[in-house]
Design a binder for this molecule. Structure first.
Ligand code: TRP
Length: 451
């Protein structure tokens, strides 16, 4: 599990996916997620969407459509972690921690921000006219997306490479300042899929919403057909040989066809297949490739509550990673519980704590228990009985995870609780002071040792 490559990417939720998005990003990402070596994190970058769009209805609609598109396209939510950025409160929190180490000079160099400044200067405006802090800080939010989950690979378009580099830069700075030799953050790498062709649009330029030349993906068969009928071709009449290599209609066909289908289409074009008929072939191909997904898409869109549930499960999975990690990072920068403070202050005792250890054993009745022994062998805790070794093991793991301890004092003893359940007890002490010293010793023993 830990050796799998973590692949993470976000999709900004400002539009409706078209055929070019599907072939260029969605389809390859879904295929990549099926690799048994891949641990994929795919998310709707809806905080990023707010930077570009102040139309709440559009934001909402786009989130729904993009979620449905990915699921209809065959994304298996049991395999991947699929979530909305805005369901993970740890992301904006990490954004702030990173904002405090990100150099302003670094962000001054971000392409998107610079392009806006250049445009303002060109038109004689104030350089920062219309530029929000959201646009300016965009790369820090993206760094938080990536670093929060320690992604190894980040599939992105070329325009995003700089942002991934900035994430490395910012993450490295944080590691250096707070890691004390420990690398909190993995250095991510941008992954540019060279083999994925960018699809041409109706007019032959790159298919893009900003050129208004897109072919819709899942709206309806009719809309797809209408768009295809508007593909620009040359004026060769039926019967005249067509040049497949200079036809973006053929390029579109190829992106969805098997090599055999492409070969056949190529020779038909060379033999003078009319453009009208060629468009028909393209439609037939796309319809057979995408028709089923389109149906699933509409079923999903009609059941937003199901989509909501799926995304909530995704958020839970993501937060199972993010919450403990962010706790560690808060700790590292000094945002610590006052209670926990005593453990860290007690650095002199820390050396001895290295040797504190859990010893597990089995009772005659078959149940599993463990003791926590301090370095000097003194018993700090004796666990309750667990039905199996796995549960006992999980409890010791959780106790060592460095999270705030739920310690409850009784009269002359104390107990430790996890998720509302008492998991272990101390011995009985001679007096309250001895009991409190015991609690301190326990906290020290359970403070993760950082080297
Ligand atoms: N900025 C990316 C884009 O517009 C979307 C995005 C947001 C992203 N956060 C990310 C991509 C993290 C990869 C990793 O394409």
């Amino acid at each position: 599990m830990t050796n799998r490559t973590r692949i993470l990417t976000g999709i900004t939720t400002t539009g409706t996916p078209h055929l070019g998005n599907y072939a260029g990003a969605i389809r390859p990402a879904i295929l990549a997620s099926r690799d048994s070596n891949a641990d994929s994190f795919y998310f709707l970058a809806d905080y990023h969407a707010l930077i570009k769009c102040d139309d709440p209805l559009r934001i909402q609609r786009s989130r729904l459509e993009i979620a449905a598109t990915w699921l209809a396209g065959g994304l298996d939510v049991d395999r991947v972690t699929f979530y909305r950025q805005s369901d993970i409160p740890e992301i904006p929190e990490l954004t702030w921690l990173l904002t405090c180490v990100a150099a302003k000079g670094l962000l001054n160099r971000a392409h998107a921000y610079k392009a806006s400044v250049d445009k303002n200067v060109e038109t004689g405006e104030d350089p920062d006219a219309g530029i929000t802090m959201g646009l300016y800080s965009y790369p820090v939010l993206m760094a938080a997306d990536i670093l929060m989950f320690n992604a190894h690979k980040v599939p992105v378009g070329r325009d995003q490479i700089q942002h991934v580099e900035m994430a490395r830069d910012i993450g490295q700075r944080f590691n250096h300042l707070f890691g004390q030799g420990k690398e909190f953050f993995t250095m991510p790498e941008a992954l540019i899929e060279e083999s994925v062709a960018t699809l041409p649009g109706l007019d032959g330029r790159k298919m893009s919403k900003s050129y208004d030349n897109t072919i819709p993906l899942f709206s309806s068969a009719k809309e797809m057909k209408d768009a295809i009928s508007r593909i620009v071709t040359d004026s060769r009449a039926p019967g005249e040989a067509k040049d497949p290599d200079n036809s973006h209609l053929f390029t579109l066909f190829q992106a969805f066809a098997t090599p055999a289908q492409s070969d056949e289409f190529r020779s038909e074009l060379l033999q003078g297949l009319g453009w009208g008929e060629a468009k028909n072939r393209l439609f037939q191909l796309l319809d057979s490739e995408l028709g089923e997904s389109r149906e699933r898409y509409h079923q999903l869109i009609e059941r937003p509550a199901d989509l909501e549930d799926m995304l909530q499960i995704g958020a839970k999975k993501a937060r199972a990673v993010a919450t403990p990690f962010l706790n560690e990072l808060r700790e590292a920068v000094g945002l610590r519980s006052f209670v926990a403070q005593t453990q860290v202050a007690a650095t002199t005792k820390k050396k001895a704590t290295k040797a504190a250890r859990f010893v597990s054993f089995r009772e005659d009745d078959g149940s599993f228990r463990f003791r926590l022994l301090a370095a000097d062998g003194e018993q700090l805790l004796l666990s309750r009985n667990f039905a199996d070794g796995k549960t006992a093991g999980q409890v010791t793991k959780q106790l060592q995870a460095g999270q705030a301890l739920d310690v409850r004092s009784e009269d002359l003893s104390f107990s430790v609780w996890l998720e509302g359940e008492c998991v272990a007890d101390s011995a009985t002490f001679a007096d309250g002071a001895a009991r409190d010293a015991g609690i301190d010793a326990l906290r020290i023993a359970l403070t993760p040792v950082q080297e």
